[in-house]
Ligand binder design. Structure first.
Ligand code: ADE
Length: 252
């Protein structure tokens, strides 16, 4: 039976997913808790990513090697880089790049040595399904998904769902200078986070479909840390759970 691997970057996100899995059971490997169960009858294994590229790559490799998942979806939060990518919006990756990979002059900047790739493509069909699910789930966030206080507090408008490049690196980007440098070096990057491109690389190595979806929690600038944890709890984890609910309810 096909089995999907779901990697959540955020603890409240994982909790929201487990709330919806009626039969989950835990198995611990390499210090991580893997939760096996079903959602709308679909078999899945859910796990917290841990932070950074190496941690996420280990998490993904165990999902594949030990639990035999046949595709992986990654959810979480990210800093917005692209014009018009605002807090509360959602980005579905079309491709992912490690912005801190630099083995030049031996290899071109950003190229992962011996792969010939700077950008790892997300699976088109899986990403399309997530995009449709996100559009459906977030069509009306004031219709019960978020309360009025939360919408006001974070000044949220109706979320836009973007599609494009997500970049990953082992740094929380939290200064205007660093986000400006990233935007200049990688003008088509929509969002920055700390794990996605590593998991994309692992899935590429194993030939497995991969998709990533992130809620924008900040603009990767001097104000990036403000209210981060509350945003994750009150907004990003709810968005993830609703998007996944829409995704699993549509899968046959
Ligand atoms: N995840 C959420 N916001 C981020 C940021 N500004 N930098 C890196 N990862 C993030």
């Amino acid at each position: 039976m096909p089995c999907l691997g779901l990697i959540a970057a955020l603890r409240p996100e994982l909790a929201a997913v487990l709330d919806r899995m009626p039969d989950e059971r835990r198995q611990s490997v390499a210090g991580r808790d893997y939760w096996l169960g079903h959602w709308h009858g679909h078999e899945l294994v859910v796990v917290l990513s841990r932070i950074g590229k190496v941690a996420a790559a280990t998490t993904a490799t165990v999902l594949i090697e030990r639990f035999g998942v046949d595709r992986i979806i990654f959810t979480g939060a990210a800093g917005g880089l692209g014009d018009g990518v605002s807090v509360g919006d959602v980005v579905v990756a079309t491709e992912l790049l490690q912005h801190d990979m630099d083995a030049s002059p031996l290899f071109p900047r950003y190229e992962v040595p011996l792969t010939g790739l700077t950008r790892f493509p997300a699976d088109a069909a899986l990403s399309r399904s997530l995009l449709d699910a996100a559009r459906e789930a977030l069509a009306n966030p004031s219709g019960g998904l978020l309360d009025a206080d939360t919408l006001r507090e974070f000044r949220l408008r109706r979320p836009l769902v973007h599609q494009g490049l997500i970049v990953s690196g082992d740094r929380f980007v939290a200064t205007n200078a660093e986000s400006a440098a990233l935007r200049q070096a990688l003008p088509d990057a929509l969002a920055v986070e700390m794990e996605g491109a590593a998991v994309a690389q692992v899935c590429h190595d194993y030939g497995l479909p991969f998709a990533a979806i992130r809620t924008i929690s900040d603009r990767a600038d001097d104000a990036a840390h403000v209210d981060f944890n509350r945003f994750i709890e009150q907004v990003a984890s709810r968005y993830s759970a609703e998007i996944l609910e829409a995704y699993f309810s549509k899968q046959s």
